[in-house]
Design a protein around this ligand. Structure first.
Ligand code: 0JX
Ligand code: SF4
Length: 318
């Protein structure tokens, strides 16, 4: 802990809550840890279990091996699928090879997978709101036949959309999107396709929307905002975006060493949050680094309480 030095400038630090790990991330990490306990090392993990270098490095130290493709998994070792979900072809390939696999796909992502399959069975074409190339998008597209789902990334995309049967459309979304951007895209879709069958709500998950709301709740009081998360992490990127859109300059950092002190300057009030894949230990690390340079007055600003817990796969708890 940094020593108190009254000559340092003082800093009011507003720490957003909820922040950091969501129930899907907690579950995914536990699945890898329990698999290591049960089967011993190495346990293979297809894709980063969650988009966080610290988490991945820690699990690697315990014996996890991270690969991008099943072809890199030997026949005699278990493999875990990441929280972001996988195309249907991945478990199919694992079964064909007789691999033992554990699926750490977040149950809220799996729910979108099931919805996609149901809509296709009803003969609909799906507009999928999401970010091209993101593993969750690849996984969800991989639940349905090629050509039955069209990706929409922006409001501008909606005007350009060419879809087979306008009267038979529905839409789904990635779970980790910007709440505001998504509602603008949904509004544009409903304007262009008034007959579209709209789900009761978009599929942005509770953790993503709660973390964005918590940033909104503190941003107007902050001069700058630090967001702990990986540049690969969609939900973390969205948190920095939320602050920036409220005219609060924000930086996404992986760890304390990434703080750009020149950029930070000496604000009176700083906001701090963490994406759903960033562990609390990194929040404490950043607070300690701030205490080296400021007299920090830390306040946690509680927004929406979270109590979500997801069950672990039966084969790991039995
Ligand atoms: O890039 P994402 O926000 O989807 O993933 P990340 O950062 O690993 O967060 C946890 C997993 C989220 C799945 O929906
Ligand atoms: Fe699940 Fe949401 Fe967490 Fe993704 S961010 S793992 S969808 S709870």
């Amino acid at each position: 802990m940094a020593e108190f030095d009254p000559s340092l400038p003082s800093l009011r630090l507003l720490v957003a809550a909820p922040r950091g790990f969501c129930a899907g991330v907690d579950r995914a990490i536990q699945i890898v840890e329990l698999a290591l306990e049960r089967y011993g090392a190495p346990v293979y993990v297809r894709h980063e279990i969650v988009h966080n270098r610290f988490v991945v490095d820690r699990l690697r130290d315990q014996g996890a091996v991270f690969v991008e493709e099943l072809t890199d998994v030997p026949d005699d070792r278990p493999v875990v699928f990441s929280a972001h979900g996988v195309p249907k072809s991945v478990p199919a390939e694992a079964r064909d090879r007789g691999l033992s696999y554990l699926d750490a796909t977040c149950p809220l992502v799996s729910k979108v997978h099931r919805q996609a399959q149901r809509l296709i069975e009803e003969g609909r074409h799906i507009l999928f709101i999401g970010h091209a190339g993101h593993p969750e998008v690849i996984g969800t597209f991989g639940q349905v036949p090629p050509g039955s789902m069209t990706l929409v990334e922006t409001v501008e995309d909606v005007a350009e959309l060419q879809v087979p049967e306008a009267a038979n459309l529905s839409f789904l979304t990635q779970t980790t999107l910007s709440v505001d951007d998504t509602s603008a895209i949904v509004a544009a879709i409903k304007t262009r396709f008034p007959e579209i069958r709209a789900p009761r709500s978009e599929d942005i998950c509770y953790a993503t929307s709660n973390r964005q709301a918590a940033v909104k709740a503190i941003a107007s009081e902050c001069e700058k905002m630090l967001v702990i998360g990986s540049p690969k992490s969609s939900n973390s990127l969205r948190l920095a975006e939320v602050a920036e859109r409220m005219d609060v300059p924000a930086r996404l950092i992986e760890r304390a060493k990434d703080i750009d002190w020149d950029w930070l300057g000496t604000p009176q009030t700083l906001g701090l949050t963490a994406g759903a894949s960033a562990p609390e230990i990194l929040v404490r690390e950043v607070v300690e680094a701030l205490r080296e340079r400021f007299v920090v007055i830390e306040e946690q600003v509680d927004h929406t309480p979270e109590r979500m817990v997801f069950k672990l796969p039966r084969e790991l708890v039995a």
